[in-house]
Design a protein around this ligand. Structure first.
Ligand code: ADP
Ligand code: MG
Length: 371
């Protein structure tokens, strides 16, 4: 085989934010917009990487796939090149390749364009070199992509995005338990219930790579809270442990992680019972916790959430980490455009840039096509 094209979707996280790297639970689903990568093997040791999102074509060699070599790469190249690097670390025998990347996802909007990119590269290249890519093997592939993003692109991520992009099923969310990264599909029959999820991108791109970013700070605070309790990760604490944390900030961050875990479980119970009003209430309490205890919201995210609920959403929350990026709202299908308009109006009145919206439903995971 000389050429393969893979398509890997973005995702929204229905609930369970900042739980992945803390050893907790999250419940994302894949969305229809995706990133496609075509990989062609070459007869030499060269690499060429092109993305329709950027003007330049990057050229290099297999020998550049080292942690030192990445320093000379443009930021965006570190994501696809990082997958090639992690694949070689995992023992893949790679030829030189040409990669052509094309995405339907907005970059940096919290819809996980980064994992969609990594997973499409990994699946396309894995197909070229005959790696096993069945559902069982995809779990390992997700870890390879997570490593690429964390160690090569320099953006510490917990692994949720890669797992859901590779393992999602239509009309299902994917429960991920980060104590052991096990996954379980959870039926999420939004379509049947006449509901959609409205994603609103506030336009303020969140920034995950920067060590000074809010995300990196929160991660460090959670690590300190876990260390103070003698635990490897704060998600393993019991609610009673919180009072043993002397530091108020650490206590608040830990309280968010533990309460968010409980909300993931409550969401599954409510979804299974078809109690969508309850799901909406839980989403809203997640936002309150992310805004208060976790201090990960922004005025624009708060405005989108409050306006959505006033305009008829059952519930809403920031999603994908916060500090900018997107919100989701659970909305009866016939109210979706009224909720969008209400948010647009509220943003205009506040003098904020116009947000962009996307209506999504739980969609299929990544797929591959060979030629
Ligand atoms: P998100 O994953 O929420 O979209 P991230 O900050 O995690 O936001 O990832 C965005 C970064 O991933 C971009 O700034 C770029 O470096 C890289 N990226 C994502 N999609 C593409 C693409 N189609 N082409 C090139 N780079 C991309
Ligand atoms: Mg990302």
């Amino acid at each position: 085989m000389t050429s393969a094209t893979a398509r890997a979707p973005g995702r929204v996280n229905l609930i369970g934010d900042h739980t992945d790297y803390n050893g907790g639970l999250c419940l994302p689903f894949a969305i229809a917009p995706a990133t496609s990568t075509t990989a062609r093997s070459r007869g030499d040791d060269r690499l060429r990487i092109r993305s329709t999102a950027f003007p330049e074509v990057w050229s290099g060699h297999l020998a550049d796939l080292t942690l030192e070599g990445r320093e000379a790469m443009p930021d965006w190249v570190r994501y696809p090149a990082g997958v090639l690097w992690a694949a070689r670390e995992d023992g893949w025998l790679l030829p030189g390749v040409d990669l052509v990347i094309d995405s339907e996802l907005p970059l940096g909007a919290g819809l996980s364009s980064s994992a969609a990119l990594e997973c499409s590269v990994a699946l396309a290249v894995g197909t070229l070199v005959d790696r096993p890519l069945d559902p069982g093997s995809r779990h390992r592939l997700a870890e390879l992509c997570r490593r690429a993003e964390t160690e090569f692109a320099g953006a510490p991520t917990g692994g949720m995005d890669q797992l859901v992009s590779l393992l999602a099923k239509p009309d299902h969310a994917l429960l991920i338990d980060f104590t052991d990264t096990s996954v379980r599909p959870v039926p999420l029959a939004l379509r049947e219930a006449g509901l959609v999820v409205l994603v609103t991108d506030t336009g303020s791109a969140h920034q995950l790579v920067d060590a000074e970013s809010g995300y990196a700070q929160r991660r460090a605070e959670c690590e300190r809270a876990a260390a103070a309790l003698g635990l490897p990760r704060i998600g393993l604490a019991w609610p009673d442990d919180l009072s043993r944390l002397d530091d108020d900030v650490q206590q608040a961050r830990a309280r968010h992680v533990l309460s968010e875990n409980a909300r993931v479980e409550d969401t599954i119970t409510a979804v299974t019972a078809g109690d969508w009003e309850a799901v909406g209430r839980i989403l809203l309490s997640s936002h309150v916790s992310l805004r208060g205890d976790f201090a990960a919201s922004t005025p624009a995210l708060d405005l989108a959430v409050e306006t959505a609920v006033e305009a008829g959403a059952l519930g809403a929350r920031l999603t994908g980490g916060g500090f900018g990026g997107s919100t989701i709202a659970l909305v009866p299908e016939e109210r979706a455009s009224a909720v969008q308009t209400a948010i647009d109006t509220a943003f205009a009145a506040a003098g904020d840039p116009a947000p962009t919206h996307l209506v999504v439903l739980p969609s299929a995971g990544a797929s591959v096509r060979t030629t």
